[in-house]
Write a protein that binds this ligand. Structure first.
Ligand SMILES: NC(=O)c1ccc[n+]([C@@H]2O[C@H](COP(=O)([O-])OP(=O)(O)OC[C@H]3O[C@@H](n4cnc5c(N)ncnc54)[C@H](O)[C@@H]3O)[C@@H](O)[C@H]2O)c1
Length: 238
């Protein structure tokens, strides 16, 4: 069975049959080619998907600039002591701040040089943007300014990462895999479907999808790929 070359990482081929929606379906296995010497910039790297991805990339020979609003020094020292060399560095940054992300990029570049992959992954679940609907108390409450932190982190923070990635890639030559750079956004299945409890979250993820579709077209044929993933519910610890 032939499969198109996956857009995210260099591919070595193969497929696997797994149960999917009650049927056995063939899915491509995406074993990563050696990533020796490749460098990734991952936001939200202190836990969950970002940390799991960091460990996987390091195990394939890549180096990772781990960005998080929280500390990831412990994870960094574990990875570096296991490898016996510097394979990861931690940069504290709030992704909703362009200045902090840019400073994190500059620090990473000084240590590792070119960056092949940017993962715009940091995100949060729904933070209530309005008080709960309750007509019986509403008249006693003032009308408030909505809290849009969910949009700020899940959309603006990820777009800042994308803006950084695309400008960095534009300035790079092709690497040994034949590309200038790859950008991956973490969206969600709620980018496709409405949610009765997470309107801001679903809006932010839907926006990421259309941003990705549009930007992938703009950069097509330029050695730069832009993709998004749509996880459903996943455990936080891997
Ligand atoms: N876990 C799921 O079920 C699930 C499902 C679909 C999509 N997602 C998406 O996956 C991504 C990763 O989520 P996760 O499940 O690994 O969650 P997680 O909470 O384990 O990891 C998110 C990380 O992002 C960091 N972060 C949050 N706000 C930040 C900010 N402003 N600046 C820098 N870092 C920040 C957190 O400190 C944390 O380490 C998110 O975009 C999330 O929306 C998760």
């Amino acid at each position: 069975m032939n499969h198109a070359r996956p857009a995210l990482l260099p591919h070595t081929g193969g497929c696997i049959s797994v149960p999917f929606l009650g049927r056995s379906r063939d899915f491509p296995i995406l074993p990563m080619a050696s990533l020796q010497g490749d460098v990734a910039f991952i936001t939200g790297a202190a836990s969950g998907f970002g940390l799991a991805l960091t460990k996987e990339l390091v195990s394939k020979g890549a180096k990772v600039i781990m960005i998080d609003i929280n500390d990831c020094e412990r994870e960094v020292s574990e990875l570096n002591s296991k490898a016996g060399k510097i394979v990861a560095i931690a940069q504290r940054a709030d992704t909703t701040s362009w200045e902090q992300q840019y400073a994190a990029y500059e620090a990473g570049k000084k240590i590792f040089g070119r960056i092949d992959y940017f993962f715009a992954n940091a995100g949060i679940a729904e933070h209530p943007w309005l008080p709960n609907f309750n007509p019986s108390t509403a008249r006693d409450r003032s009308i408030i300014k909505p809290d849009i932190v969910t949009l700020s982190i899940n959309l603006i923070g990820q777009l800042y990462t994308a803006a950084l990635a695309l400008q960095v890639f534009e300035r790079q030559t092709q690497n040994r895999h034949g590309f200038k750079g790859k950008l991956l956004m973490t969206a969600s299945v709620y980018g496709f479907f409405p949610s009765a409890i997470m309107a801001m979250y679903a809006s932010s993820k839907a926006a990421i999808f259309n941003y990705t579709r549009s930007t992938a077209l703009i950069y097509a044929g330029k050695g730069i790929t832009v993709n998004a993933i749509a996880p459903s519910m996943a455990r936080k610890k891997f």
